[in-house]
Design a protein around this ligand. Structure first.
Ligand SMILES: NC(=O)c1ccc[n+]([C@@H]2O[C@H](COP(=O)([O-])OP(=O)(O)OC[C@H]3O[C@@H](n4cnc5c(N)ncnc54)[C@H](O)[C@@H]3O)[C@@H](O)[C@H]2O)c1
Length: 321
């Protein structure tokens, strides 16, 4: 039995592939390389337990052909659906990006799962499905859910399509809602943005917004640990779990100062205006992970430690690139 990962050449997908292969699993990965890259697969590419095919999940004909021919010689037991547009501001500029890569990719993989009787989906959703609720803690059963970005809207639509599929042909669905995940290979995110900006202008760092945005950050290794624990422990037909740091988070100002200290000491930090980094940004939220704790999850790192560890890794990544 093999495990299919969509978006395998991206940040989280490549880490997940490496961890599952390390546990002796067979992984079949697919990606269209719109944001991921072959380099991200360096640690798994040569493993005999890894197979890769380049395909766009919204090309239904090709997707069915590729999954069908793999499935014919090795059954796929579950799909980790991670492919999506991970660039929220890009989706605000052009909503078709989220429609295609975030929603239609879900629609496409569900069609293939139906065609080949693949019973389990594990879906990377997002805290963006909640929208902006100010100080109200974001709990899994909060409603109504009113996303403020197209990205969040298409993730919520994907959750809805998965829930309907569970009623008709899936055995089980896991929906993981996470906010900010950090680590390497970084493909996007605040620290990568800062480190790259400082490479171009080492004496000055321009920050989007006034730096007061405050969010929780989870290291990718902890995210994967938590998702695997949920898969093991939760027996609901459709499980919805927040997966995030269990603290008040860290401000963009603190991240900017830490990045300057590590990557370009002495650089001046110039802040923008307003407390949002971009349209559709949720500047502050309180994330409730009580449900995750109730199944025995204990985070090892807080947001500040996750940021420090990831920053050191990203600086090395960018020095090598
Ligand atoms: N990183 C985070 O902080 C974060 C937070 C919440 C949710 N998520 C979700 O987790 C998942 C993985 O995120 P990531 O940070 O690894 O992003 P990423 O951009 O590094 O990886 C996504 C991968 O999907 C691929 N892809 C996109 N559209 C595709 C398509 N139509 N067909 C085939 N492949 C396609 C990209 O090439 C990329 O390799 C995404 O669904 C993302 O929305 C990430």
């Amino acid at each position: 039995m093999a495990i299919l990962i969509t978006g395998v050449a991206g940040f989280i997908g490549s880490n997940l592939a490496s961890i599952l292969i390390g546990k002796g699993k067979h992984v079949f990965g697919i990606d269209n390389f719109s944001r991921g890259s072959l380099n991200n697969l360096d640690s798994v590419r040569t493993s005999s337990n890894f197979t890769f095919e380049k395909v766009d999940l919204t090309n239904n004909e090709e997707l069915l052909k590729i999954i069908g021919s793999f499935h014919a010689h090795e059954k796929i037991s579950e799909v980790w659906h991670l492919a999506a547009n991970s660039d929220i501001p890009a989706g605000v500029e052009d909503p078709k990006i989220d429609l295609k890569d975030t929603f239609m990719s879900t629609f496409g993989i569900l069609g293939a799962m139906r065609a080949f009787d693949i019973p389990i989906i594990l879906f990377a959703s997002s805290s963006a499905v909640y929208g902006d609720h100010g100080d109200v803690p974001l709990v899994e059963n909060l409603g109504p859910l009113l996303p403020v970005s197209n990205y969040g809207a298409m993730k919520l639509a994907s959750e809805a399509a998965i829930s309907a599929a569970a009623e008709s042909f899936l055995d089980r669905a896991y929906i993981f809602r996470f906010p900010n995940v950090v680590g390497v290979p970084a493909t996007h995110g605040v620290m990568l943005d800062f480190v790259r900006k400082l490479k171009i202008t080492p004496k000055e760092l321009h920050v989007l917004g006034d730096g007061t945005q405050q969010k929780g950050y989870l290291h990718v290794e902890e995210l994967i640990d938590a998702m695997l624990l949920i898969q093991k422990k939760s027996k609901d037909k459709v499980s919805v779990f927040n997966v995030g740091a269990d603290d008040e988070g860290i401000s963009v100002r603190d991240i900017a100062e830490e990045t300057v200290r590590v990557a370009s000491p002495g650089a001046a930090i110039k802040y923008g205006e307003g407390n949002k980094g971009w349209v559709g940004d949720v500047p502050r939220f309180t994330y409730c992970v009580d449900k995750l704790r109730s199944i025995g999850w204990e985070p090892k790192l807080g947001s500040a430690e996750a940021i420090k560890r990831a920053l050191a890794q990203i600086v090395i990544q960018e020095t090598r690139s």
